[in-house]
Design a binder for this molecule. Structure first.
Ligand code: ADP
Ligand code: MG
Length: 706
């Protein structure tokens, strides 16, 4: 454990990052300038410049104790990957080595990474995958007990340039929205902004349990969630954990997490207890999308690593415990120009209002048109336990705008002009009869999957262990499409003001069905959404097809974000991932039931039977209670064995199937059902069997004794 020395955050922040101030201090002026041109204007990086940068990066990293470097990338496994090389060169004649790192090594790597999921994009004879430096996300040195390593954020592509990772499409989607948003703001007279980038602030939820206890739960070890477990007497009903004071053991852990993150330049900002017992949240200050995505990976990695040092275990799974809230990741998203204008800021003048209203209605259109894709972007196996399960946002996409904005929109729709604003300010009825409204800071709706929160949207469907890349790829691209279509209309209009007005009204009218300000958890909403024709996609398996519909292929190809082949490969990978993960869960259940639970229950029934015989022989006293318990436990034991046999049978069947949609559907419908059927008698047994004989810590032990 790190000792609690005093330190100044300002001094340690970013100390392990090869950031702009380090580059400015260490690189020759010319090289520094060239690198900035590459970063900001997308210019080609020449090898000569790369050599100088690489050399300085290496010198700096060695000063930090680094012996190795790695291209750090994000394959489609959901976690990051790395392959370390030391800086040493071949021994010289005198037997000594030099430490070197060339520009070529910096900008391109060729890990023998043929085992990563590629969905058929890389035939085995051409298994090479390349990593390419993303110079817009700074390199960093990771220091831990294993030493120090220079990590270089990279994209991961096939030999023919197809994306095999999370970063490549994200960078492409950022370019798409940059181009289209610039087009849009130029129409409104902005001639000065040079770039538009999406800003992302992902709030990360997680659970913390004691590591000793964790190690006694094979389900947590193998799958990240509990596969068995009866509810303790207390759950989250008292709401006493939410925002409660943070216990010292956890606070001390959080402090060390923050220190690690700050050193890595991650602006960890907010921390608090979440709704469920043992659940917490960490939020950084938002950053440019690709950096935010990288940082979120560092946050997840750091949460796990530091927990280990504190004798704790961090659970990032979306649903570690049935019966209490699961964990998600709120993806806060906005679009900002390089000179600091947030396009989602409602603004104070009618002129700004009009641009804002167009941006807003474009987003409504985008979300309505591609609700299936956004839903898909939040699909992962663990998230199926949350979405639509009465806690996290429902699986139905809708947009929350708040009372005031919704009112402005409905005035527009009904009369073609909005003349007043609910908050009662004086209205600027100006050119377009649009009110001057302020951002709505009053009400908050926690049940909406896509909520406008003042000057950003908060997409709340994302799972806690999933990368936030895909949701942002989809958001950037669908909004780029809506902007492009709006610009196509407006660029040919004779009367711009009139045309904008009409377009806002048109979009608001055509897509008002996506706006919903009520309770997203209610059954009425499910029915209402169905009447409105909004998709309610309940499982990952049903969400996946959205990725390569004709609509999706046209969208992603138009903006160069994915090719059809890339989308097809992702579909294939997702079905495979689904089947594999459920298969592991099923096998873990079989293992635990066979080797731990059934033997424990048999021991207990033996004890009971012996007690019955002994009591009977000793004095002939009433043994009806023991007998009743013995009967009940024995019946449940029989149910357990039957359910176990059924699970073994379907799991074997599933595993023998060819990979693809059919197999994934089988795992969801047959294997998951058999898993639930096995869990039921086991959870009942846990409530009956002598606690000292139960083979693993209970929910109560895990959630309340950290
Ligand atoms: P909460 O939603 O819990 O009230 P905030 O809204 O203040 O908290 O912030 C949540 C996250 O949203 C933080 O990561 C924050 O940096 C981020 N955020 C704030 N403003 C923006 C913005 N304009 N664009 C993107 N993210 C933002
Ligand atoms: Mg929030």
């Amino acid at each position: 454990m790190m000792e609690k020395e005093n330190f100044n955050v300002v001094d340690i922040f970013g100390e392990n990052v090869f950031n702009d101030s380090v580059m400015q201090a260490r690189l020759p002026k010319k090289v520094y300038k060239k690198l900035h041109e590459v970063m900001e204007e997308g210019k080609e990086l020449d090898l000569e410049t790369a050599d100088v940068v690489a050399h300085e990066m290496k010198e700096w990293a060695i000063e930090k104790g680094a012996t190795h470097y790695t291209h750090w990338f994000q394959p489609l496994t959901g976690v990051t990957a790395e392959k370390h090389d030391s800086f040493i060169t071949a021994p010289m004649e005198n037997g000594k080595v030099l430490m070197s790192f060339s520009g070529k090594e910096l900008i391109k790597g060729e890990p023998d990474a043929s085992s990563f999921p590629s969905g058929g994009l890389r035939a085995t004879f051409e298994a090479r995958g390349y990593t390419a430096w993303d110079c817009t996300s700074p390199a960093f040195v990771r220091q831990d007990a294993a030493g120090a390593t220079l990590c270089i954020p990279t994209a991961f592509c096939s030999y023919t340039g197809e994306a095999l990772d999370q970063k490549t499409p994200l960078l492409r989607s950022m370019e798409a929205i940059n181009v289209q948003a610039l087009r849009l703001i130029r129409l409104f007279g902005n001639t000065t902004s040079k770039r538009v980038t999406p800003s992302v602030g992902p709030e990360q939820e997680y659970f913390i349990v004691d590591r000793e206890k964790y190690l006694q739960r094979k389900d947590l070890i193998f799958t990240g969630r509990t596969l068995f477990g009866a509810m303790p007497p207390k759950g989250q009903e008292m709401d006493d954990h939410y925002f409660g004071s943070i216990r010292e053991r956890i606070a001390s852990y959080m402090r060390d997490v923050n220190i690690e993150l700050w050193k890595l330049g991650v602006s960890s900002k907010t921390q608090h207890n979440e709704v469920a017992p043992a659940q917490h949240e960490l939020a950084p200050i938002y950053a440019v999308a690709n950096i935010a995505v990288d940082h979120n990976q560092l946050i997840m990695e750091t949460l796990k690593k530091v927990a280990y040092r504190h004798g704790l275990q961090c659970l990032l799974h979306e649903k570690p415990f049935a019966g209490v809230n699961g964990s998600g990741k709120h993806d806060n998203w906005s679009i900002t120009t390089d000179d600091g204008i947030n396009l989602l800021e409602p603004g104070k003048t009618p002129h700004e209002n009009i641009q804002f209203l167009l941006v807003l209605t474009c987003i409504l259109k985008a979300v309505d048109t591609h609700a299936d894709l956004l839903r898909e972007s939040a699909a992962d196996v663990g998230n199926d336990h949350r979405l639509g399960a009465n806690e996290a946002p429902p699986a139905i996409l809708s947009v929350y705008l708040g009372e005031q904005l919704e009112d402005v929109l409905s005035q527009l729709i009904s009369t073609g002009a909005a003349t007043h604003s609910i908050s009662g300010q004086r209205l600027e009825t100006g050119v377009k009869s649009l009110p001057d409204f302020m951002k709505d800071a009053t009400d908050r709706n926690r049940t909406s999957p896509f909520a406008f929160t003042g000057n950003k949207f908060e997409f709340r469907m994302v799972g806690s262990q999933d990368s936030v890349s895909q949701p942002n790829v989809v958001l950037n691209t669908i909004v780029a499409e809506a902007f492009a279509e709006a610009c196509d209309e407006l660029e040919k209009a004779d009367d711009f003001d009139m045309a904008v007005h009409d377009l806002i009204k048109k979009y608001a009218t055509e897509h008002q069905r996506i706006v919903f300000n009520g309770n997203g958890y209610s059954d009425e909403w499910v029915e209402e959404a169905e009447r409105r024709g909004l998709p309610n996609i309940k499982s990952m398996v049903d969400a996946i097809p959205a990725l390569n519909t004709e609509k999706a292929v046209a969208l992603f190809e138009k903006f160069g974000v994915f090719t059809k082949a890339e989308l097809d490969s992702r579909v294939e990978i997702e079905y495979e991932t689904y089947a594999k993960e459920i298969n592991i869960e099923a096998k873990a259940m079989i293992d635990i039931a066979t080797k731990q639970i059934i033997p424990a229950v048999i021991r207990y029934t033996t004890t009971l039977a012996e007690s019955i015989n002994a009591v009977k022989a000793a004095c002939g006293a009433d043994i009806s209670v023991q007998t009743e318990i013995l009967m009940e436990v024995s019946d449940l034991l029989a149910d357990t064995k039957n359910a176990l046999s059924k699970l073994e049978e379907v799991t074997a069947q599933g595993a023998a199937m060819a990979q693809g949609r059919e197999q994934a559907v089988f795992y969801r419908d047959e294997v998951m059902t058999a898993m639930k059927a096995l869990r039921t008698p086991v959870d009942k047994l846990e409530m009956l069997v002598d606690k000292s004989m139960w083979p693993m810590p209970s929910y109560g032990d895990l959630m309340f004794e950290v």
